[in-house]
Ligand binder design. Structure first.
Ligand code: 9UX
Length: 72
């Protein structure tokens, strides 16, 4: 029962940006996988919804310094 959510992540300009977003997301409880694509400004996250939610993931991305919205 993992959920998969795709986020738009605006403002990443290098692969280290993507790495810092991935690292921050992976520090949250309940994250199964986080794949951040700097070229397409996307983050695909697979997570356990009983341990974490979209809002917390959004806040985490914003705290790293990027604007984000849920795409689907
Ligand atoms: Mo390097 Mo990416 O400062 O912001 S991590 S461009």
């Amino acid at each position: 029962e993992a959920l998969k959510v795709l986020f738009s992540v605006i403002g990443m300009t290098c692969s280290a940006c993507a790495g810092s977003v991935e690292k921050a997301i992976n520090r949250l409880p309940g994250i199964r996988e986080a794949v951040v694509d700097v070229l397409n400004n996307r983050a695909q996250v697979l997570y356990n919804p009983s341990l974490v939610n979209e809002e917390t993931i959004c806040e985490t991305i914003e705290n790293v310094g990027f604007q984000t919205t849920v795409i689907k």
